[in-house]
Design a protein. Sequence first.
Length: 446
Amino acid sequence: MTGACRLVLLAVLMFTEVAPGQTGAPGAFSAPIPANRAEVAATFDVGAAVDAYLAKMPPAQRARSDAYFEGGYSLQLWDFLSTVIVMWLLLRFGWSARMRNLAESLTRFGPLQTVLYWIQFIIVVSLLTFPLTVYEGYFREHKYGLLNQSFGPWMGEQMVSLAVSVVLGAILVVPLFGLVRRLGKNWWVWGATLTIAFAAFVSLIAPVYIAPLFNKYTTLEDGRIRDPILSMARANGIPATNVYEFDASRQSNRVSANVSGFAGTLRVSLNDNLLKRCTLPEIQTTMGHEMGHYVLNHAYKGLVMAGVLIVIGFAFLNWALNSSLARWGEKWEVRGVTDVAVLPLAAILFALYFFLLTPVTNSISRTMEYEADMYGLNAAQQPDAEANVDMLLGEYRKLDPGPMEEFIFYDHPSGRTRITAAMRWKAEHPQSTSAEEMARPLFTER
């Protein structure tokens, strides 16, 4: 899905993150447990332990990871600018008004006119942003060795994503413009409410109806891995009966897991790369993190916090639309906020709003991810396995950013932040030390 489509659909409302957690029995230790833990914590050098883990990644791979992640900073700007430019073109040259006119010429039924406009809109926007999409999602990923797909399968997924955008977008824009036409100046209040409800709806159906369009999800059958995960779930009050795995290796070699869904469709899943590349303690620690999301109700909290931002965004949208249309509406042939041809202008304004809020939305997500990290450390008691998983995530996330860099650009804690938390926890729990995890090589020079 293009950046413009995501902004129009507001599909960035749930925090179904990919991140490490913690689980399982404590690892082996090579020395007796000291009687005075405070003394051990005082003598354990957390900084040196963190540096030792960071040193596991060869310099060439570290440089490649840093370059990939830092390049994403400018891509955020280019995604924003491409959205603004494409939407401005639709307004400036009257293409949006022509799409509306075509829809009106085909039917007199208002909701169907909105659907026909939306279909034209999403196709035109996808075509105009395709050069950036193919560079960002295909060529650049191959350049850094992060994509396993050839162009054909990758393009097939883009078409599926487009079809999903058409359907979900229609589900949102038809009632949204219906509200605008019926409620007058107070439309934005109910428009925000509808959008929040739409976000909950998408999160509800995503694990069951959307995610399987891109990957095959099956229940995890390996009892050696499944049973400890379910045991930890029960111990933490999670009524889990299944753990799901999905074939992410068809797209990339990235290790990941996630908690997705809402209410009755909430599920915890791990990808096949995690199963292939990680030890049992590392798998358990990852699932502990995801259980933290569940127990801490992050899906619901994320929806509430996103809802606050949406309400504020709609208030801004109402003011900015009226101001902009008063000045340029006639030139663009847009009749007012009730006219579906206003959608490109709304997309520009929302793009600006969420672009400026990037540090805020990232901080919300990063805070919940850190909470899940801490929950997972206490549930799984595997700090060395946690550090290893954090290092594997460093294949595509810069491990050691500056403080402001992390604040602005990171929606997850950085590798250094996460490993520091794990080593600080380890200092207070010396019996959790795992010599095997500490010594395990993670990378080979490429």
